[in-house]
Design a binder for this molecule. Structure first.
Ligand code: GRF
Length: 240
């Protein structure tokens, strides 16, 4: 054990690396649709910004374009039609069995249009992430860009959180904020938010891979966080 550690340190020195790379976390991505977040994760891995390996992409929809994205990159795929199962729990158990069969440690929900039952949550407690296109706890659920526009908020954004038994309610890992403009449509706002989703989802997974996330009650504590006191946004701007 000690010898192995010594060899690792020697190897890291020989290759001039400052720190030993984080291990590659085996992840499973669940989706029901286009999979642009999946693509962002694939691209981040390819760019060596994310120490993860996608072991499985699973969809409940056979025609989800995300499956094609996975196949294009040689990633294993599975389709499980939830309508073929007698209950939510039976479907979830089948999903969990597949994830475990592929050695998945962290489950990444990326546009997976299913609520998870306790069967699933307990099997992967604090090891399921979801991305939501709003600044939680504001605007959980569906049609959130419309809700944000109707409410007249000045900022919108996206949230990556751990999944618990309530919908869109689990401990928050990372958020990105975007401005909302008076002439925004649902589509323009959704596109602005989606661009940020593609930044923060790989980042959240990387923080997990580095072992820097610790759930404490409702809060996720992040090791080694840089505080930026100047990260303030004002809308409309102070000088307009
Ligand atoms: C994203 O807006 C995400 O926030 C929500 O579902 C959408 C999935 O988009 N959970 P894509 O399939 O990753 O393009």
């Amino acid at each position: 054990m000690l010898l192995a550690k010594f060899a690792e340190v020697l190897k890291a020195r020989r290759f001039g690396r400052k720190k030993i790379m984080a291990r590659k976390v085996p992840i499973g991505v669940l989706l029901s649709g286009g999979g642009t977040n999946l693509q962002a994760i694939i691209d981040a891995i390819a760019a060596h910004k994310l120490d993860a390996k996608i072991e499985l992409v699973l969809s409940n929809k056979a025609d989800a374009f995300g499956l094609t994205r996975a196949r294009n990159h040689g990633i294993a795929t599975e389709i499980l039609d939830h309508k073929a199962y007698p209950s939510r729990e039976a479907f979830d158990q089948a999903v969990v069995d597949l994830l475990r069969g592929h050695g998945v440690e962290l489950v990444v929900l990326a546009g997976f249009m299913r609520l998870l039952s306790p069967v699933f949550i307990k099997a992967y407690s604090n090891r399921i992430m979801n991305i939501h296109p709003a600044l939680l706890p504001s605007f959980p659920g569906l049609h959130v860009q419309k809700k944000a526009l109707d409410h007249g908020v000045r900022f919108a954004g996206c949230t990556v959180h751990f999944v618990n038994e309530e919908c869109d309610e689990g401990p928050i890992i990372i958020q990105a904020v975007v401005p909302v403009f008076p002439d925004d449509s649902e589509d323009s706002l959704a596109a602005r938010i989606l661009t940020q989703e593609h930044q923060i989802y790989p980042r959240a997974i990387q923080l997990y891979a580095e072992g820097r996330l610790h759930v404490s009650g409702r809060r996720v504590l992040v090791d080694g966080l840089n505080k930026d006191e100047g990260a303030v946004l004002v809308q409309p701007p102070l000088q307009s």
